[in-house]
Ligand binder design. Sequence first.
Ligand code: CTP
Ligand code: MG
Length: 355
Amino acid sequence: MLSPAAIGKAILDHHASLIGADLSVKRVHDAHSLVKNSLDSVAPDLKLYTFGSSTVFGFHEPKSDVDFVALRQEDIVDGKGGDSTSQLAKGLQTQVLAKLAASVRQKNVQWAVEEVRRARVPVVKVKAPHIDFDITAHRRNGVRNSALLRHYLTQVPENRWLSIAIKSWSKRVGMNGPVGGYLTSYGFNILVVYYLLHRRRHEQPEVEQKEGQDGAASASVDGKQQKELTFIDKDTLDVSLIPPIPEYLALEPPNPETLGEQVLDFFDFYLSRFPMESHVISLSHKEPITKQSLNWTKTAEDMKNNTSMEKVFYRLCIEDPYEVNLNVGRNVSPFKFDLMKKHFVKGRATALGLL
Ligand code: CTP
Ligand code: MG
């Protein structure tokens, strides 16, 4: 049986390059000015925002892509508004992205620029020499959900390491990716935050809950104190109050033992405590919610899959905080769901495959 300290140490060794490395956001800033430059020549009234979980912490992970979104003044002023999913809205996004793509191509001839029009969210994908990035238009949800994750993960900054560890493991074992994958990094980050918020639930009643000095509750796990997160009402996140380029936040090394404990407990939570068959992983509600209450049932799954081309599953249910009726785990078929559980068992036993 691996000790938490050994697990934490293995994770830190694996990510040694993130500690003390140049994680500067210079490349993000450079890419931002180049895209802004192209944007100014086709739609000067649009403002360019940066989001995504590592960028939103103000650092650039070498292997991660960066997300940009071009927002209209009206999107920013109505910073708590929902994004339209109508064909008309998508058509307008596609139009502005086509102009932007043409300008990016013309100004940077050596870059690979691909327009993806038919996706749920139209996007321009760019591969530049040292950085890959996606550009979308008129959509606030990515900026809001990234800021929501940032707010959660900065309540207890050490928790950022759990997110880094789980995301990187999900990529190593082939579970991460929109196509053929199970979940995106975004999905894994919601799993991490939900775990941190709800890990005290379904536990023995004798666990003491105390109010920490900084306001975050802390709970005793095996005699040790772990700080608990405070629920954030997702509707309070307002694009007009979020900076277009997130502020840099240095990544401090964590206590290896705490990190190891968290990794073990993350797996225990999803393998045995969280009622995966009946409940939804959601940051939208303070209290647990059921699949039944969202009508995310086997019957709904069958009805959808009889009528639409894209298969949707309600096995692993993760409610998107801002999209209406969207399961972030919709690609997880019953087969993948079983495999995922096996990956979780193995990840727990092998320190995320590192020992
Ligand atoms: N996003 C989203 N809905 C999804 C997937 C992604 O809104 N179904 C948005 C989220 O704002 C997320 C951002 O796109 O923060 C980037 O997603 P993703 O690439 O999955 O996560 P990253 O944190 O950028 O991780 P990676 O390092 O793998 O690129
Ligand atoms: Mg990304």
